[in-house]
Design a protein around this ligand. Structure first.
Ligand code: NAD
Ligand code: DAU
Length: 355
């Protein structure tokens, strides 16, 4: 039975990964999460207590991470924990460098310390860095990000992720540590915090609130259902080659404005006839607001390497994925009400006050 150290497993993708892995195989997961605004224990209900051990801790805390490596003989480190929202990084970059760069370095150093065995490493250990296509910067109207695309991040968020990626890869080049980096496009699905485009729009439509579209809505993102991402991470962690980068994406590019319109239409369709909101939901809710600073125009992933080398392919098309996602938000109104009360209101009003 493998033992995993998963960081950030109370966040969106981490929680989906933990659920997927515990359902898929007889593994044990030690889930370390600081429970920032983005981490939520309600994302982890119903998991087998004997195989899921939750530890509330900061990945920058050297003592805690060391104690965990001492206590558990980890086979895999899957590192999700991060400050992940571009708009927040524009407001307050420092915490992004602390968590995303220093936190990564702490994990690398501790894994290296406990996994080293003479000149090499103990058998079958691997560290996987969950990274993002945003490290490649922005594309024009055409072309795709491959693993060879130059790293040219534009936001403090993507710059901190790029710095972390370079550190991870340097531990392979310098110390021959068994590491892999995956870089994925935009995810959507259950448990996503409603500051990101898809859940924010779903939540606002359901509350008949304005739908803030940045700029002209013509920026393009490449959308992947979260379950396809966590499956790719699992495959890369098992069968990937050390020191390599794998891009993850499903050739599903869409203009932001089209995503918003699809959400409006699908939510309206999915609400029962008796629901008073149904007739009030329309494109009139769309509100164009000031653009994000340094807004990347277009992201699009070429997933050829992970497909041909590791046999991964996305299984959920956007039409199915967005319906599953909206259904989940409709069935989990308590989750979203809890998350969007309190501090979220301050964040939301501040973020959109001047737009
Ligand atoms: P998220 O913001 O939903 O979750 C991040 C989690 O990390 C939260 O549970 C939070 O409490 C935890 N965390 C933050 N700082 C911490 C710290 N110092 N110590 C311990 N835990 C801490 O993020 P997400 O969308 O699930 O993204 C997970 C990872 O995937 C990130 O590394 C992100 O860069 C990457 N990624 C995200 C996407 C996407 O579309 N969301 C796409 C590609 C890659
Ligand atoms: O590409 C992967 C990245 O995708 C991840 O690394 C990040 O962690 C994740 O947050 C996401 O970054 P984006 O900036 O692309 O996602 P976001 O949901 O914030 O925005 C998607 C697009 O929608 C982007 O062009 C900005 C726009 N947008 C966003 C919000 C929140 C709006 O037009 N209105 C909004 O209110």
């Amino acid at each position: 039975m493998k033992t995993y150290l998963v960081t950030g497993g109370a966040g969106f993708i981490g929680a989906n990964f933990v659920r997927f892995m515990l359902g898929k195989e007889d593994c044990k997961i030690v889930n370390v999460d600081a429970l920032t605004y983005a981490g939520n224990l309600d994302n982890l209900t119903g998991l087998p207590q004997d195989r899921h051990i939750f530890v509330k801790a900061d990945i920058c805390d050297k003592n805690v991470i060391d104690e965990l490596f001492q206590k558990y003989d980890f086979d895999r480190v899957i590192h999700f924990a991060a400050e992940s929202h571009v708009d927040r990084s524009i407001e307050d970059p420092e915490v992004f460098v602390r968590t995303n760069v220093m936190g990564t370095m702490n994990l690398l150093n501790t894994a290296k310390k406990y996994w080293q065995d003479g000149d090499g490493y103990k058998k079958d250990k691997r560290y996987l860095q969950v990274s993002t296509d945003e490290v490649y910067g922005s594309l024009g109207e055409t072309g795709y990000f491959t693993e060879k695309t130059p790293i040219t991040p534009h936001s403090p968020y993507s710059a901190s992720k790029a710095a972390a990626d370079f550190l991870v890869l340097s531990y392979y080049d310098t110390f021959k540590m068994p590491v892999i980096v995956t870089r994925c496009s935009n995810n959507y699905g259950p448990y996503q915090f409603p500051e990101k485009l898809v859940p924010l729009m779903i939540n606002n439509v359901l509350n008949l609130k304005p739908l803030p579209v940045y700029g002209d809505g013509k920026n393009v993102r490449d959308w992947l259902y979260v379950e396809d991402h966590v499956k790719a991470i699992d495959i890369a962690a098992e069968n990937g080659r050390d020191g390599e980068v794998y891009n993850i994406g499903g050739h599903n590019e869409k203009y932001n404005i089209d995503i918003v319109k699809i959400i409006i239409e699908t939510v309206a369709q999915m609400l029962p006839e008796s629901d008073e909101r149904k007739s009030k939901i329309s494109n009139d809710l769309i509100t164009y607001v000031a653009d994000r600073k340094g807004h990347d125009l277009r992201y699009a992933i070429d997933p050829e390497k992970i497909s041909s080398e590791l046999g991964w392919k996305p299984e959920t098309n956007f039409e199915t994925g967005i319906k599953k996602t909206i259904k989940w938000y409709l069935e989990n109104t308590e989750w979203i009400e809890k998350i969007t009360s309190g501090e979220y209101q301050n964040y939301y009003s501040k973020m959109y006050a001047n737009r």
